[in-house]
Design a protein around this ligand. Structure first.
Ligand SMILES: Nc1ncnc2c1ncn2[C@@H]1O[C@H](COP(=O)(O)OP(=O)(O)O)[C@@H](O)[C@H]1O
Ligand SMILES: [Mg+2]
Length: 354
């Protein structure tokens, strides 16, 4: 039995609930009567390399008219993790995903899902997989409920789950609206509800946050987390690292069909040793670089834009830079530190600058 405190989305009142991992509880806020459903999180299995693999890809090569869309790609997605598959447009992400799902013919390679070979045991391999394609679209003149009913029928699932799925992704207020009137983010939420039919253990989401604004990225990210907390393995692709790095247990980075890195987000940042940037505002600088800054050991690069100095440096020398500038008579009005992100690592890796 676990205890959780949940916040009412309407009045922010907090309510304590008790239940077992994976169990759903229906809550009515005693303060404002808002109704909601809460699922108790399932403890994450230890993510050691000994954990069983949900997806295994060995030596995947796919050639389109002489172009190696994927070139000897191998990686494992461990059961219970959130795995980010990252790379710029055209890197080979969708090709890899289609190969995992058995939607395209591979030139070479072996792929297993939950231990089942996708070719010799295709039915079992696909049984517990939910797939959200890259540019999801639905019939515009159906409501979300009609849409989910349609997909339930298609997959032989019980239609009675449709309203609760709509609620679970937060589309209950739009339950009777036509999908044609939905924003891109709402369509994507309906996509998430659609892949939840049948309660898959592995979700494969192709660029689920692409083209969404920051608010929707956050909402979709929360849904991905929710699925993972309920025990599912998540494999999802993205070309924008900053939008996803906060939720991934591990990432692989693919570029021009080849894997160029595989690690935890933290380790990648450490290994690449991306340095922070200092932005120092000095009125009157007018595009001139003070010599004093370049001479400091630990300073990697100094750039200037109008009255702002941009210095890439070791974190330990920030103080030396400020002192040197002040000693040289510069009047510092503002200092900002821009911490490195995986986005920087991404650029560095792709440029082969490691
Ligand atoms: N059906 C296809 N026919 C020919 N080339 C393709 C096909 N699908 C993808 N490609 C090419 O394969 C490469 C990888 O594409 P894709 O896997 O869609 O990349 P991503 O999803 O990372 O943007 C690209 O150069 C793309 O043009
Ligand atoms: Mg793609």
């Amino acid at each position: 039995m676990i205890e959780k405190t949940v916040m009412c989305p309407s009045c922010k009142n907090t309510i304590t609930v008790q239940g077992n991992p994976g169990e759903k509880t229906y809550i009515t806020c005693p303060n404002c009567n808002t109704k909601g459903v809460f699922t108790f999180p399932v403890a994450k299995p230890e993510l050691t390399s000994a954990a069983p693999s949900a997806i295994e890809v060995h030596g995947l090569t796919k050639i389109y008219d002489g172009l190696r869309a994927t070139d000897n790609v191998s990686f494992n997605v461990r059961t219970g993790e959130i795995f980010g598959f990252l790379g710029p447009n055209g890197a080979g992400k969708t090709t890899t995903i289609k190969a995992i799902l058995g939607l395209i013919h591979m030139n070479s390679g072996v792929i297993r899902i939950n231990g089942f070979d996708i070719i010799s045991n295709s039915i079992n391999s696909r049984k517990n997989v939910g797939y959200l394609p890259e540019r999801v679209s639905f019939y515009e003149n159906l409501t979300p409920l009609q849409t989910l009913n349609f997909f339930c029928e298609l997959r032989g699932a019980d239609k009675s789950i449709a309203p609760s799925l709509i609620k679970e992704v937060g589309l209950e207020d739009a339950i009777d609206r036509k999908v044609g009137t939905f924003s891109k983010g709402m369509v994507q939420l309906l996509g998430v509800a659609q892949v939840m039919i049948g309660n898959p253990s592995v979700y494969i989401l192709d660029e689920p946050v692409a083209g969404l604004d920051a608010r929707w990225v956050k909402i979709i990210r929360e849904k991905i987390k929710m699925l993972n907390e309920k025990g599912a393995t998540i494999f999802f692709s993205s070309h924008i690292l900053s939008e996803v790095e906060s939720i991934c247990d591990r990432v692989v980075i693919i570029n021009k069909g080849k894997l160029i890195a595989e690690d935890t987000v933290d380790n990648l940042n450490k290994y690449l040793r991306i340095k922070p940037r200092l932005e120092i505002y000095i009125p009157g600088l007018n595009g001139k670089i003070p010599e004093e800054t370049e001479a400091i050991e630990g300073v990697e690069a100094v750039d200037v834009k109008d009255d702002t100095l941009i210095i890439t440096c070791e974190p330990t020398v920030k103080g030396d830079i400020i002192t040197a500038l002040q000693n040289a008579g510069f009047k510092i009005v503002n200092i900002k530190t821009i911490e490195p992100s995986l986005e920087d690592a991404f650029v560095k890796l792709i440029e082969g600058d490691v």
